[in-house]
Design a protein around this ligand. Structure first.
Ligand SMILES: [Zn+2]
Length: 248
């Protein structure tokens, strides 16, 4: 699978940036993970909107869903223009019924409820879910290809041992790193760079990519923090790069 960061910032986007989203592609199937502020614009620098097949939402904080409304409009208008010939499938948890029902959009977008109890087949992948430790109900995602190679997205979370067995055995960990370790007590519900490194170390992944980055401080310090405890490859998520997992 090919993974492209579209939005790497937590909370709000800087000029010409975007908050949380990744594009995942394999065998011509294209899936968006989260749809934060600025993401619809960033997405279209990679693919035309009508080529998007699915969207997975991890939780309903604005920096993960801000662009869902404009995505709905885009899908509707491109369908009316005969550019798009199918529904967009949206996967999200239904613990917040109002937010979940808002994802359904006429005949244009169809929402499917996801939960840690059930593996979902989305395009060429099996996708598993794990509850994180966050002020609102939030799911980490594990995408596994047909050869059993997987990548995990932590989404938003504080340190929780729940994630360890979920991540173990994955090739790539894309972890949030919302703040610096000396500030972690001030930012509840999130990880520091060092804690992201600890997740990678304790689960034995090969590579760690840090995302959901803070607008303050020197973000390269997050990499240094992670490298203090994890000896594999550590990088900041970079929208100019793509990350390959497995053969696809
Ligand atoms: Zn959040």
């Amino acid at each position: 699978m090919k993974i492209t960061p579209l939005g790497i910032w937590g909370a709000y986007p800087p000029a010409n940036g975007a908050t949380s989203a990744f594009l995942i592609e394999e065998e011509g199937f294209r899936c968006l993970v989260d749809c934060g502020s600025g993401v619809l614009s960033a997405l279209q620098t990679h693919i035309p909107l009508h080529e998007l097949d699915a969207l997975v939402i991890t939780h309903y904080h604005p920096d993960h869903i801000a662009d869902v409304g404009v995505l709905q409009h885009g899908v509707m208008i491109e369908t009316m223009l005969d550019k798009r010939d199918r529904q967009l499938h949206v996967y999200a948890h239904a613990n917040d019924e109002d937010q979940f029902s808002n994802l359904q959009y006429g005949k244009y977008m169809r929402a499917t409820a996801i939960s840690p109890q059930q593996t979902e087949t989305i395009g060429p992948w099996h996708v598993d879910f794990c509850e994180t430790d966050h002020p609102v109900y939030c799911l980490a995602l594990k995408f596994t290809d047909q050869h059993g190679v997987s990548a995990v997205f932590t989404s938003d979370t504080a340190w929780t041992p729940n994630l360890l067995p979920f991540i173990k055995g994955s090739e790539l960990l894309i972890s949030e790193a919302s703040t610096y370790h000396h500030m972690i007590d001030q930012i509840p519900g999130h990880l520091s760079g060092r804690q992201a490194g600890q997740l990678a170390h304790e689960t034995g992944v090969e590579r760690l990519v840090l995302t959901h980055l803070p607008q303050y401080g020197n973000i390269n310090d997050l990499v240094a923090e992670a490298k203090d405890v994890f000896f594999g490859e550590v990088t900041l998520a970079d929208p100019a790069k793509t990350y390959r997992v497995g053969k696809g």
